[in-house]
Design a protein around this ligand. Structure first.
Ligand code: HEM
Length: 146
């Protein structure tokens, strides 16, 4: 994959799905009025948790390979707008462009100089889900200069 393509796709995938970087797992909203979503009544004052992780891995949105590293899924603009990593809409993250640009610069600087290899190839990295997500038992990498 070219550096340009990597740069364009990888941060999205990383943030949204794999969270080696930072992922906010969920946000909470308080219903300001009583409302109905499908057949569920949500009384005024109810605290509603929106699970960003559940949405970002939802197979009905992403297909059966939702849990798979697949940078190609980010090549069209529809899918770029179709994840909740930074939320969406008027109360979405105002730092999104800054954060994405910063991560692209950092990633390019790293992959131009260093090579990253898994110590145990193909090892499943279990997620530790709290306010942010990180690898449960760490992630052992061999890092060498290019
Ligand atoms: C990977 C990095 C980041 C992620 C995943 C992220 C994610 C989010 C999410 C999910 C929200 C919505 C929270 C809610 O409404 O409950 C949010 C809001 C916000 N974020 Fe970020 N953010 C990131 C980086 C940043 C940076 C770098 C800044 C500032 C420079 C920033 C500033 C804000 C602000 C001010 C809000 C509140 C917006 C509002 O309520 O209108 N974020 N962010």
């Amino acid at each position: 994959m070219s550096a340009e393509r990597f740069c364009d796709t990888y941060p999205q995938v990383d943030i949204a799905l794999y969270a080696e970087l930072i992922l906010v797992n969920a946000v909470v909203r308080e219903a300001s009025v009583t409302d109905h979503v499908n057949s569920v009544t949500i009384p005024k004052g109810t605290l509603v948790t929106i699970s960003i992780v559940a949405f970002n891995f939802d197979e009905t949105v992403w297909g059966p390979d939702a849990d798979t590293f697949n940078p190609d899924r980010w090549t069209d603009h529809v899918s770029k707008a179709n994840h909740l990593t930074f939320l969406q809409g008027p109360r979405g993250c105002i730092g999104r462009l800054f954060a994405e640009t910063e991560m692209k610069i950092l990633l390019v600087a790293l992959i131009q100089r260093l090579r990253f290899d898994e110590v145990v190839r193909g090892k499943y990295i279990e997620r530790h889900v709290a306010i942010t997500t990180r690898p449960k038992n760490g992630m052992f990498l061999k890092i060498s200069a290019i």
